[in-house]
Design a protein around this ligand. Sequence first.
Ligand code: PLP
Length: 271
Amino acid sequence: MDPRPRPRTAVLGAGEVPWDSPVAPADDAGLRGDGCFETLLVHGGDPARTVRLEEHLDRFARGAGQVGIPFDRAGWVALVRSLTGDVPAGTEAALRLSLSRSELGVATLRPVPATVRAGRDGVHVVTLARGTSTVPDAPWLLTAAKTSSYAVNSAALREARRRGAEDALFLDAAGEVLEAPTANLLWRAQGRWWTPPQAGRAVLPGTTLAAVTARFGVQERACRPGDLLRAEGAWLLSSLRGAAPVRSLDGTPLPVAATLTGALQRTALGL
Ligand code: PLP
């Protein structure tokens, strides 16, 4: 038996369809970024375990509300259950839920990509100016919601790769760190855990950061790139990668604390 999770697709209200079937009409509003989505980690087994499902559904419902799309929570729970049932023990799967303006809800399940798993060993990061398109200037952009408008986030990752790195940290107009394109920032200094302030800023409230905060007591503090260079360690927190240690920032190496990373990773990955 192939020990990898089988790729699967299901449509809200219609159930499972062949993995590669074209489920969205060619002019679906979701293709123009008008919708919202979630990405979740599934640990295989009997039963399989979807990490922080309720927290993801809470944020999904909030995102749907922010963009004004009806949200069928019970329908999503049933869809997740039906798709995650046969993920083999000892494997991990990535589950993506997406909902578009046309109320097309799609769930896909596939193995966690190798590049994502590799990020758990560490990532090289560059800083990128987010410019003025942040919450105080343009709240209507919903930059702190997980909408499908990820063009800026994708562009940031492309630019990071062009510069020979794997990830990026956005800086606001004042030069303070916000978050990464698909992760929140955590760092350790003076024996404490810190993350940049979220309220009123272009920072998505991450479910991984919330779990790490509940376990380790993370506080908010404004952060400039120089603060990270003096830190005891820094990590990018997100559902699939867990706690990815930052190995370098704009080419300057950062300390990677293996013991701290191990402890963070267990909480981050829901182990
Ligand atoms: N920030 C952004 C912009 C994201 O897209 C994500 C996740 O994709 C996160 C933070 C981390 O969120 P979570 O920990 O819930 O995966």
